[in-house]
Design a protein around this ligand. Structure first.
Ligand code: GLC
Length: 516
């Protein structure tokens, strides 16, 4: 990672977020943490972590670690202690252990499902060999949910935050930030299957209003109790110098509830996932941008924009794949990179990677296993970056954790670095302009101005002197842009600027400089 920091610097990002690298049996890509204050030997050691932070700082890159407070791996010492301790013990009260229902406790305490598929409860075999209590796991059965009413849990996480802050980390991405407080554990949900499908976005045949209804009252997500936890964390972040920050992964409904996580005494940012599931459609995107700006604006927090991440299909794939998918992805990226606030780029997004084909035997994602292969899971989007033509594309001389498709030769960083029309070149240019242009560069000015645009077209002005036109239609459009406007950047070469007008091809975004 340290050896690749120069690449990230040249890409033009100003911070990196690392997914969990803590001690873990890796049943869920490290989100099953067995020791939150140590590095898994697969990746290095604590000194390496410190060195990574220092080397990043030397290049003026900030570093965000991923903290996973909803659950611990069942390999964590606490869970082992809980297994060895009797029912009702302090050790068990750090998790959600309950007796089962039915004559011999054979029915789980409630009917909740795991988000990864199957039941959210697993029954223990007690030390004497008898069938025992059940424990809650909203995700894999190796990820036992923590009980945030237990003070040991709170203290331990505060210790973990301080541990990494002391080492110099600039902040945290908070995994499942909306999940820590659970309510009504001993009540069944009226529609557990529907709820699971709604949560997993597997809703093609679900009515929008049913989905909204199910998601607006989830007994284990977005309960009032989470906010008090973040208020106490905020005090810790603020007690350190250097502007330490936090960003919440919290899927909440309705989306207006997101602002509650970024009130001035809580977290700093919350991922806005509107773009992650958005079609390339002007009407949808304009509504999403307006909604986001007004909602987080109401609490003076910066907006964020996410086009892809490790939990979703890659952008090009989601937009249909092939040349057309890439064309739309490039246009979508330029729209995103011109918006105020923070943008999060998932590794390989800059290379326009697609979901790689994988044999089932290579799959790692618990979603694949827990749905008996019905859902292929997220591995396709998690294939390592192809750096250059070399063994394993330069990612590793060992065996990469997922195989890299052979036909990614023309997608490598090395190839795209020498190709001016590559996706990588486009990302570099847009991020450079974003950091230098007076209308786009870091500021607390989150204002944008909408300009009248034909159907399917987005027109945004940002002061001083910046104009964006995004054409989500198939056909080219001609837009009036006033005298003296100059083309700054376009998502492909099919934009023509004439006196007073821009002709923008289908599925294309362009940036223009307006005269003073
Ligand atoms: C978050 C992570 C995801 C992980 C899950 C359980 O959603 O982004 O990768 O599987 O939490 O920790």
């Amino acid at each position: 990672m340290i050896a690749r920091l120069d690449y990230l610097k040249s890409l033009g990002v100003d911070a990196i977020w690392l997914s969990p690298f803590y001690k873990s049996p890796n049943k869920d890509g490290g989100y099953d943490v067995a020791d939150p204050r140590d590095v898994d030997p697969k990746f290095g050691n604590l000194l390496d972590a410190k060195c990574l932070i220092e080397e990043a700082h030397r290049r003026e890159l900030r570093v965000i670690f991923d903290i996973v407070p909803n659950h611990f791996s069942t390999e964590h010492l606490w869970f082992k202690e809980a297994l060895a301790s009797p029912k009702g013990s302090v050790a068990r009260s750090r998790f959600h252990f309950y007796d089962g229902r039915g004559e011999s406790g054979e029915i789980p305490p409630n009917n909740w499902n795991s988000i990864f598929g199957g039941p959210a409860w697993t029954r223990l075999t007690e030390v004497d060999g008898s069938k025992g209590q059940w424990y809650l796991h909203l995700f894999d059965s190796t990820q036992a949910d923590l009980n945030w009413d237990n003070l040991d849990v709170r203290d331990d996480f505060e210790k973990t935050l301080r541990f990494w802050l002391d080492l110099g980390v600039d902040g945290f991405r908070i995994d499942v930030a909306h999940g820590l407080a659970k309510e009504t554990i001993l009540q069944d949900h009226p529609d557990p299957e529907g709820l699971t499908r709604a949560l997993r976005l597997d809703v093609s045949d679900m009515r929008q209003e049913d989905r909204e209804r199910l998601l607006s009252d989830v007994p284990f997500f977005d309960r009032e109790g989470v906010h008090e936890i973040y208020r106490s964390w905020r005090k810790i972040f603020d007690s350190y110098s250097g502007g330490r920050i936090s960003v919440a992964e919290a899927w909440v409904h309705p989306s207006s509830r997101a602002a509650r996580y970024v009130r001035s005494d809580e977290l700093h940012q919350i991922f806005n996932f509107d773009f992650l599931i958005a079609p390339w459609d002007a009407e949808f995107l304009v509504a999403a941008i307006k909604r986001t700006l007004s909602e987080v604006g109401s609490v003076d927090a910066p907006p964020t924009w996410v086009l892809s991440n490790h939990d979703s299909p890659r952008l090009v794939t989601r937009l249909g794949g092939g040349d057309l998918g890439e064309r739309k992805a490039r246009a979508f990226a330029l729209l995103t990179h011109a918006l105020p606030g923070g943008i999060y780029i998932f590794q390989g997004e800059e290379l326009a990677l697609v979901d790689g084909a994988l044999p089932d035997s290579a799959r790692q994602d618990p979603v694949f296993f827990r749905t008996n292969g019905k859902d292929k899971g997220r591995d396709g989007a998690r294939i390592p970056l192809p750096w250059e033509s070399a063994v394993n594309f330069g990612f590793s001389t060992g065996t990469p954790w997922l195989p890299i498709p052979k036909d990614w030769e023309d997608k490598t960083v090395a190839q795209q670095s020498i190709n001016e029309s590559s996706s990588l070149a486009l990302y570099k240019k847009s991020l450079e302009i974003r950091s230098l242009h007076p209308a786009l560069k870091k500021s607390s000015n989150y204002n944008i101005e909408w300009i009248n645009a034909p159907k399917g077209v987005i027109g945004i002005k940002r002061a001083p002197g910046f104009l964006l036109i995004a054409n989500t239609n198939v056909e080219e459009i001609s837009v009036e842009i006033g005298e003296g406007a100059e083309l700054l950047l376009a998502s492909n070469s099919e934009v023509v600027v004439k006196v007073g007008r821009a002709v923008v091809a289908g599925h294309t975004t362009c940036w223009l400089n307006l005269p003073k």
